[in-house]
Design a protein around this ligand. Structure first.
Ligand code: FAD
Length: 383
């Protein structure tokens, strides 16, 4: 008889894990509270570790033409000087996509693998050893339950293990702008001005992804739609972009952080942002999610004792997410809290992070993928 996994959440975590388990021959139900599979209008950086999983799933081939293969990453200061430049190749390779393109690629791979996606199904919790609970009063029995329901995870919260979500005092505005007028080259540029940052990145042939980051206490920066004059004064070299952003449809969020003491409770696995939500300073939330989903299916799908295999999964892979989360928080702190009186030293710190290989490798531990957890992804993909 087929074994069954019930998954809470139809985001990157739920769809990738669903597709992977279905390809291992499991019956898979994904419960998504929304009426359809949807993402916010923004771009997303997809790094080497994510690409390895998307290649295995056949998703990269499906969506490659709708993304951009980046060649370089730069940090530029407001006066236009480049303070850090990194080539993006090998383990540092990065593609960018519109989020909707990525989620539809994952959705289609999941459906093709035989996943049953149930939209409009809100999960309220889970019972270890039993199954998933939904708002309609259902108990969906399963051999494995996956909590992939994001930073405010109802499943994680129902397990009463402590930890949870904390909002951080940094705001981010995100936009997906039509056209490539502001970024004709395949490079991503992050512009710095004091403790504000603006990232400008091509996101496929016809779109540009822009994000603006500032401390939450910076009242002018927090205005939404943006204060064109104020942002232009702080970023004179890209002032032409500001009226475009003022008119564009965007979203504003606070950065957040999830502390999750355990990712495994009996036959329940906590995956993605529900387990390790982190500030997006390293562009690795989806990367960790995809890697951990791959490892979960790889280690659990053929195991006789599911609960023991889920615990072994956490033991094996968690260190990569914990270290990445710690660096993402440091990066957020540095760019937000660094005192203006020490602004003169900021370029030096930015430069040294680009320059010293050991610092860069530590901060970007996730880019190197699952090989460092002893999981070989080079073997043949399952049919
Ligand atoms: C501003 C920002 C920029 C980012 N940039 C990058 C980047 O460039 N690169 C990168 O790798 N990562 C990035 N990330 C992180 C990345 O977006 C997340 O790590 C990733 O989306 C996590 O996927 P998830 O499926 O775990 O969670 P989510 O995307 O939150 O998906 C959870 C899903 O579960 C559903 N759900 C929630 N509660 C319930 C419930 N009770 N019942 C049923 N369904 C439910 C939701 O509707 C949603 O569809 C960024 C994040 C942010 C906030």
């Amino acid at each position: 008889m087929k074994r069954k996994v019930e998954i809470a959440g139809g985001g990157i975590a739920g769809l990738s894990a669903g597709a992977l388990f279905a390809r291992h021959g499991w019956e898979v139900n994904v419960h998504e509270q929304g009426s359809e599979i949807r993402e916010v209008g923004a771009g997303i950086y997809i790094k080497n570790n994510s690409l390895e999983v998307l290649e295995k799933l056949g998703v990269l081939d499906r969506i490659r033409g709708q993304g951009t293969v980046l060649e370089r990453a730069q940090i530029q200061f407001a006066d236009g000087t480049v303070k850090q430049e990194r080539p993006l190749r090998d383990k540092s390779r990065v593609h960018t996509f519109a989020r909707q393109v990525l989620i539809e690629g994952l959705r289609d791979a999941a459906l093709e693998a035989g996943v049953n996606i149930v939209t409009g199904s809100r999960v309220t919790g889970a019972l270890p050893g039993k199954g998933l609970l939904t708002a309609d009063g259902g108990l969906h029995e399963a051999d494995l339950v996956i909590a992939a329901d994001g930073v405010h995870s109802a499943v994680r919260n129902s397990l009463k293990m402590g930890g949870g979500f904390t909002e951080l005092p940094t705001i981010i505005n995100r936009y997906l702008v039509e056209g490539r007028a502001f970024t004709s080259q395949p490079k991503t540029v992050e512009h710095w001005s004091g403790n504000r940052r603006i990232g400008v990145t091509p996101s496929g042939p016809d779109h540009t992804y822009v994000y603006m980051v500032a401390p939450a206490w910076d009242a002018k920066a927090a205005r939404f739609p943006i204060d064109v004059e104020d942002w232009s004064r702080r970023f004179p070299k890209i002032a032409d972009l500001m009226p475009v952003l003022h008119r564009a449809e965007g979203t504003q969020y606070h950065y957040g952080l999830v502390k999750c003491p355990k990712w495994s409770v009996g036959n329940i696995a906590i995956l993605g942002d529900a387990a390790h939500g982190l500030p997006p300073t390293l562009g690795q939330g989806a990367g960790l999610t995809l890697m951990n989903a791959y490892a979960l299916a790889h280690l659990v799908a053929d195991a006789d004792d599911v609960a023991a295999a889920v615990a072994a999964w956490e033991q094996r892979v968690r260190f990569i997410s914990d270290r990445t989360q710690a660096w993402a928080v440091r990066y957020d702190w540095f760019t937000r809290q660094w005192p203006t009186s020490l602004d003169f030293a900021r370029p030096l710190v930015a430069w040294s992070f680009g320059q010293f290989k050991c610092l860069n490798e530590r901060m970007r531990v996730a880019d190197r993928g699952l090989a460092q957890a002893g999981i070989d992804m080079m073997g043949e993909a399952r049919p």
